[in-house]
Design a protein around this ligand. Structure first.
Ligand code: TYD
Length: 138
């Protein structure tokens, strides 16, 4: 089973240039899965919370391409918060972790790379159900 210790901040390449900086991300190099889907969260009104759920199978990589947000992770035993506020850091979250995104700054843009297509069956949206499913290893 994955724990919050398996959630990792990854520093991405940053090519500094007087014309503007450039960063990039590559599957299997900066995170350990093949990309099946990318989605992004933006125009988040102040105080809103996104993503209070866990995935049974999906792994993901979250990059704050613009602005900042906090990602709260929880494995049923321990909790941790990662502050994403640079476009050259990604947060890798493996499957089986409860995660929630909060404190989106104005104009923030959260870009998420996912190891699966959109599968509603892969979501666990109820925290008590998550704790129960954890005991059965999801
Ligand atoms: P959801 O992942 O539930 O967002 P949050 O966890 O932040 O509340 O997605 C919100 C809605 O968007 C949900 O009805 C499903 C839809 N959706 C897709 O159709 N495809 C996708 O790739 C994603 C991420 C969501």
């Amino acid at each position: 089973m994955n724990t919050i210790e398996n959630c990792k901040i990854v520093e991405l390449p940053k090519i500094q240039d007087p014309r503007g900086n450039l960063s990039f991300i590559e599957e299997e190099v900066h995170f350990p899965f093949e990309i099946k889907r990318a989605y992004w969260i933006y125009d988040v009104p102040g105080g809103q919370i996104r993503g209070g759920h866990a995935f049974k199978k999906q792994h993901e990589m979250i990059v704050a391409l613009s602005g900042s947000l906090d990602v709260f992770v929880d494995d049923g035993l321990n909790k941790k918060v990662f502050q994403l506020n640079r476009s050259y850091y990604g947060l890798y979250i493996p499957s089986g972790i409860w995660r929630q995104m909060e404190n989106f700054s104005t104009n923030s843009l959260a870009f998420i790379l996912s190891s699966t297509e959109y599968l509603e069956d892969d979501y666990i949206r109820d925290y008590d159900e998550y704790l129960t499913k954890l005991k059965k290893k999801l």
